[in-house]
Design a protein. Structure first.
Length: 147
């Protein structure tokens, strides 16, 4: 049981790196056409092409569930749940808390919440795919914790 908990926690932590890497080199790279609408203030729809990246990670998570269910990878459930938990955290922080796609968590004003908002605001300061910064989500550089 301890192994599964460790794998779950490690997977969740590795997903922060994967989100950073994907955001910097894929979303701001060769798949910019899917991510570009996220950097625009006016949207034609509530949905963005950028939402396709959630689908990709959901498919990866489901793949690990299937590997576990079919007795191919014993720790597949822990990995799949770790990816799912990170996706849920990302959705809550990025889409609900920061971008207010649902009007919730508006009054969260602790130091961490303010730092997350500052870092993401700096990321969106750049509307093009070049010269971006702060590509991660949950791990925030210390400079954004300043008052």
């Amino acid at each position: 049981m301890l192994l599964y908990i460790i794998v779950f926690v490690l997977t969740f932590c590795i997903m922060e790196f994967m989100a950073w890497f994907t955001h910097k080199y894929v979303m701001h790279g060769f798949l910019w056409n899917l991510h570009a609408d996220h950097h625009k203030k006016d949207h034609d729809s509530w949905f963005e092409r950028n939402d396709a990246f959630f689908i990709f990670y959901a498919v990866v998570s489901i793949g690990f569930f299937l590997l576990w269910q079919n007795n191919i990878l014993e720790i597949g459930l822990a990995i799949g749940l770790g990816i799912f938990a990170y996706g849920l955290a990302y959705f809550l922080v990025h889409d609900i808390f920061i971008h207010q796609r649902f009007k919730m968590f508006r009054n969260a004003n602790n130091r961490y919440a303010k730092a997350v908002r500052r870092a993401h605001k700096m990321h969106h300061k750049h509307i093009g795919k070049e010269k971006g910064e702060c590509f991660g989500m949950l791990v925030v550089p210390f400079k954004y914790f300043k008052k």
